[in-house]
Structure formats: C-alpha cells, structure tokens
Design a protein around this ligand. Structure first.
Ligand SMILES: Nc1ncnc2c1ncn2[C@@H]1O[C@H](COP(=O)(O)OP(=O)(O)OP(=O)(O)O)[C@@H](O)[C@H]1O
Length: 290
C-alpha cells in the first residue's frame, strides 16, 4: 500500500515561481468619472509551485478582481500578471482552472458529462477522461454519484463535485473564489481537510479567496492580507505547517495565535471598508496609507 501523500511545510522560497503579479492596478470606469473605482493599487506578488496561498481582506478590497486578473478573465489597468513566464492576456485553460462559489455544473448533463465537457475544452485526450474523472470523484467521495444530475445532489455535494472537476483538469494551478462560502460550517471543515489532502497528493498550486480567518490559517502556506479598497498588500503571514492538515492543528495554540494576528491586522481595514460604504465621499479609503 502506498504511504499517504505528505507535503512538507514550505516558506515558499525553494520552488520555482509559477504566478508572478507585478505592479498590478485595476480601475473600473474612467478615472475622471465619479463612478470610477480603483479596486487594486500596485499589487505585486509571486506564487511558487505547489503553494497554497489565500487572499484575505475586507469586502470589496479586490480579492476576486486579483483572482480574475490572474485567471485571465479580466485585464489589469496597469502592471502585468504572468503564468510560467508567459504574460496572461486571456484565459489559459491549459494552465489554470477555476472553482467558483456557486457550482458551475450544467444542470442538463450528468456529473460525468459535465467533466467530459471541461476535459474536452481543455484539450485532454478522450482516452484519459474516464480515468481522470473517476479518480477525482473518488478523491472527494463522490464516485457513486458519477451518473447523477447536479439537481439530484445537495449543495455541499455539488461543491465537492465542483472541486473534483478542478482537480480532474490537467492544470497545475487552481484558482478558488470562496468555494465553500455557501456551505455549512461542518461541511466547510471537512472539505477543507479534503482540499489539504488533495494539495499534498496533486502538488497543485492553489490561490484561494476567503473571508474566513480559520479557513485561511487551516489551509494556507501563505496568507496575503489586503487593505481596504483600493486593495494593496498589507502584509503576508506564513503558516509553516505541512499538508495534509488534520483538525488537531486547529487545537494548537499556534492556530489561535495566527487567527488572532490576522484579526488584528484586518480590524482597521474592515472598519475603513465599512466607513467607506456608509459615507463614500468623506470616509478614508483605507486606514493603511489610503
Ligand atoms: N465589473 C465591475 N465593474 C465595476 N466595479 C467593479 C466590478 N467588479 C468589481 N468592482 C468593484 O471593485 C471593487 C473590488 O471588487 P471585488 O469583487 O474584487 O472585491 P472582493 O474583495 O472580492 O469583495 P468580496 O469579498 O465582497 O467578494 C469593489 O468596489 C467592486 O464594487
């Protein structure tokens, strides 16, 4: 029997850089217009192969915008994003796949058919489809539902399948935008454990957006803490724990210390974001140099 996959804690400095974001700013609307929004301001970030990186910050600080720019779904207003040295100018389905908060399964196709469409779109040879699909479904405990339709599954099961589809694809990079946000706390925790195991097994590079401090600490190698809008990188917190992670990690004093540290870092930013929502004209945009 094979030993379970194990991935040592990383400080992110020993593996090659896969994603490189350099001086990225993003403005929605014309700068002169009073409707214009500066969502990201001069963000630079390198993400290394096999890392699990969380983007954490107050609502509206540009987490999804940054993820969308990395995924090629949106252009930066200035600066650049690269994957494996290539400038990202649009979606790169050969390199990057997405898992969103809402299940993006076609309701009129079975789970297997949904996977086949994604694999076909990605150019994976048909001879590999079944093996990849069943392996990924098995890894999230959903193999027996392969021939079900999405509406025959619970919300949590659909999100499991969504996650499995991201894993089945050949891409080395998985971008996950609040994939567990719609789930109850227990399901979230179990899926978080599964994701940590999958990270150790597949070695994929994962960029994950969340609002949950506990989820960020439990899953991440590095947590990118962002300021209130315009989103900048306030600080980076290293977790330094191997994968797969067990729920026992949450009982360690270090876990609470890290979560408290994140809360202390975010508190001012959340206040700034809330003030800006209440009074967009006179509120400080960010307490962090905004
Ligand atoms: N297509 C768009 N057009 C105009 N403004 C946008 C667009 N997309 C995002 N924004 C604005 O950019 C800012 C950042 O949005 P984004 O969704 O990236 O934030 P977020 O940190 O992911 O928020 P949340 O945590 O609430 O999901 C917000 O003020 C938002 O209103």
């Amino acid at each position: 029997m094979n030993a379970p996959a194990f991935r040592a804690a990383t400080d992110g400095s020993s593996s090659p850089v896969v994603i490189s974001v350099k001086n990225v700013s993003k403005r929605f609307g014309e700068a002169k217009s009073n409707q214009s929004v500066l969502a990201l301001d001069n963000v630079s970030l390198d993400i290394r192969k096999g890392e699990f990186v969380c983007l954490l910050g107050p609502s509206g600080c540009g987490k999804s915008t940054l993820l969308n720019i990395i995924g090629g779904l949106m252009d930066a207003s200035s600066g650049s994003a690269r994957i494996d040295g290539r400038e990202i100018k649009g979606p790169t389905p050969d390199a990057i796949s997405f898992v969103f908060q809402e299940s993006t399964l076609f309701p009129w196709y079975t789970i297997v058919e949904n996977f086949n469409i994604a694999l076909k779109f990605q150019g994976v040879p048909q001879s590999e489809w079944s093996d990849r699909t069943m392996k990924a479904l098995k890894s999230v405990g959903m193999a027996t539902f392969a021939n079900h339709y999405p509406n025959q599954l619970s919300v949590g099961m659909r999100q499991r399948v969504n996650m499995a589809r991201g894993i089945a694809l050949k891409t080395d990079v998985l971008l996950m935008d609040e994939p567990f946000a719609a789930l109850d706390e227990q399901t979230r925790m179990v899926l978080g454990e599964d994701l940590s195991t999958l990270l150790a097994e597949t070695g994929k590079t994962i960029v994950f957006v969340t609002h949950s401090l506990a989820e960020a600490v439990f899953l991440s190698d590095r947590i990118i803490v962002m300021t209130a809008r315009p989103g900048r990188i306030k600080t980076v917190v290293e977790v330094g724990e191997p994968h797969p992670r067990s729920p026992d990690f949450m009982l360690e004093p270090r876990f609470s210390e890290l979560r408290n540290e994140l809360y202390a870092l975010l508190r001012d930013e959340i206040r700034a974001a809330t003030a800006a929502m209440r009074d967009p004209v006179s509120a400080p945009v960010s307490l962090h140099g905004g």
